[in-house]
Write a protein that binds this ligand. Structure first.
Ligand code: ZN
Ligand code: ZN
Length: 99
């Protein structure tokens, strides 16, 4: 998954927290086709914690997950992580990918 020739070639920075690939263990690409966003393992853990603790709804209008593009009404919860928003389904999938 990490290492040379991965799918993340050329993607160098977490879209949520802005950490560079060298500062984190893993960068995971967005799940939507042609997605330009990536998330690091640290953000995934952080989101996992947020959802486990008390998922607070982000105030304001309609929100969409930056990683799969699903809107709030199609997922259980969307949480904010750094500059991005992510849904519980993506957090689950990324957590599984991280092992
Ligand atoms: Zn991050
Ligand atoms: Zn999502």
């Amino acid at each position: 998954m990490n290492g040379a020739g991965g799918t993340g070639a050329g993607v160098g920075r977490c879209s949520a927290c802005g950490r560079a690939a060298t500062q984190v263990k893993t960068l995971l690409q967005g799940r939507a086709q042609g997605s330009q966003v990536v998330i690091c393992d640290r953000c995934v853990r952080e989101c996992e914690q947020t959802i486990a603790d008390a998922p607070t709804r982000i105030p304001g209008g309609a929100h969409a997950c930056a990683y799969c593009t699903k809107v709030e009404e199609h997922v259980a919860v969307i949480v904010g992580v750094g500059a991005k928003k992510i849904c519980d389904e993506c957090v689950d999938a990324y957590r599984a990918a991280l092992g």
